[in-house]
Design a protein around this ligand. Structure first.
Ligand code: PMP
Ligand code: GLN
Length: 461
């Protein structure tokens, strides 16, 4: 196999929007992953390696060596077409902007105060005592698997066998990736409520599958269950659920979950449920969909310690499900990271065993912060959609005379020294989220008050 020199080299067509991670344009997204054939100049220098067609085979390596020797140019884009247009995540872009401009960062969702000292101490002691410094077991250390199992029983009454029904992952992010890679075939359809967390679109695309969005609409962002029913086809493989929902803060009710569950059973679908905000619920109640009739055998439940224990940098997540589902996800996971975070696994195990007061205090504290920031945002002129859960508030900027959330967020740091995230990057239906902007409230009270004061200086029409 030889690579012909490039003729039509489209160096100047980089899409402005590609600097944010977005699922795709409204025009191209519906049931069709975006495929960009664009070439970017910087891709040619090393691109020859990625362009050597024969992934994992000797012939490919020989071709590659020949091509390098002949100094041939690229004939293909460097980046796999499934990822074309994904760019840099909005979180990285906005956090970099916050640092650059010295702004208050209410964009990326991370607490500005670390979690409990006793959990941090457990991690430090584990490192010093040599616990977990070498590869931990593939499914995770037994202490953490036992702790996850006990947590599912304690909070939800779910029986989970720590030996066969728990898998520890590198954060929920890896769990989502491994689940998509393990459970999907190319062409399968995945239904997800949009706006969706940006890694969903990327992972579905990496698995060669097709995302099918069902839109959550302001002001209340309730799941439209008729739309969900209509979105199911013979190609639908799974529903990717996220409740409490990022970025809208919607928490699915028992009635809504019952309908979703019955549709999954009726159409024999899998459900992958991302429950990382399970302990951040202020109104209503978090109910795992795995508790509904017929769901245990078809649900992959994902969570992580990042949000609950305020250690987002540790990246300890987990999957629970039947032995068959967990085995499938583990098969993919073992080739992604194999294992990770040995000492942190001990610490998160300790965290999960903390008494109920820890969980109640966490919720109470964030509840108060939610109300603090909501009041500040309202006073500054935003339309506020009060979240039932998570640590994000979605707003509409229309009352400020603004329409374009992405442009607004890019200009906000220089206008008033605050960073937020535009929800539009999480939508395929751009019109539905164009004027929405998300603020994180997992920050110290004085930081939230400072942000509110800065935002109050925004001029209105
Ligand atoms: N899912 C959702 C909905 C999220 O908001 C996040 C961000 N933390 C993740 C998954 C990723 O979690 P982790 O940091 O544990 O990988
Ligand atoms: N989950 C976090 C958020 O939504 C950020 C995670 C990330 O930076 N990828 O803000």
């Amino acid at each position: 196999m030889r690579h012909r020199p490039v003729s039509g080299y489209d160096a100047g067509s980089a899409d402005e929007k590609m600097s944010t991670s977005r699922p795709g344009s409204a025009a191209s997204a519906w049931r069709q992953p975006r495929i960009s054939e664009r070439f970017h100049p910087q891709q040619t220098s090393t691109g020859i390696v990625a362009a050597s067609g024969g992934a994992g085979c000797r012939a490919g390596a020989e071709d590659m060596a020949g091509a390098i020797a002949e100094g041939m140019l690229m004939t293909r884009a460097l980046l796999n077409s499934a990822l074309a247009g994904m760019g840099t995540t909005i979180f990285a872009e906005m956090s970099a902007l916050a640092v650059e401009t010295g702004s208050v960062n209410l964009g990326q969702g991370f607490p500005d105060t670390d979690g409990p000292a006793e959990i941090a101490k457990t991690a430090a002691e584990a490192v010093l005592a040599g616990r977990g410094n070498q590869y931990p077991p593939g499914p995770g250390i037994p202490e953490l698997r036992n702790a996850v199992s006990a947590h599912q029983k304690r909070f939800y009454g779910l029986d989970v066998d720590p030996e066969t029904e728990v898998l520890v992952t590198a954060g929920a992010t890896e769990a989502i990736a491994a689940a998509m890679l393990a459970l999907l075939e190319p062409g399968d359809e995945v239904i997800a409520f949009e706006p969706y967390y940006d890694s969903y679109a990327a992972c579905i695309a990496m698995a060669g599958a097709v995302r099918v969005p069902v839109t959550l609409r302001q002001p209340d962002f309730r799941p439209d269950l008729d739309r969900l029913r209509d979105a199911i086809t013979s190609r639908t493989r799974l529903i990717l659920l996220n409740s409490p929902h990022n970025p809208t803060g919607m928490v699915a009710t028992s009635d809504e979950l019952a309908v979703i569950a019955s549709l999954a059973v009726e159409h024999d679908l899998l459900v992958v449920t991302d429950e990382v905000y399970e302990h951040l619920v202020f109104d209503g109640q978090h109910i795992p969909i795995a508790t509904f009739p017929g769901m245990r055998e078809r649900t992959v439940t994902i969570s992580s310690g990042g949000k609950t224990f305020s250690f987002t940098g540790w990246k300890i997540g987990w999957v629970t499900g039947t032995p068959e589902l967990v085995t499938a996800v583990r098969t993919a996971k073992q080739f992604l990271t194999f294992v990770s975070g040995g000492p942190f696994q001990f610490a998160i195990a300790a965290g999960l065993a903390l008494p109920d007061t820890f969980y109640a205090d966490l919720t109470a504290s964030l509840h108060r912060k939610r109300d603090l920031l909501a009041a500040g945002l309202r006073a500054a002129g935003f339309e506020v959609f009060v979240p039932q859960g998570t640590y994000f508030i979605s707003t509409d900027i229309a009352p400020l005379g603004e329409a374009d959330g992405l442009a607004f967020c890019r200009s906000l740091p220089r206008r008033c020294g605050v960073v937020a995230v535009p929800n539009v990057v999480f939508y395929d239906d751009e019109a539905a989220g164009r004027s929405q902007v998300r603020f994180a409230f997992c920050k110290r009270d004085e930081v939230l008050a400072d942000a509110a004061a800065r935002l109050s200086t925004l001029s209105r029409p």
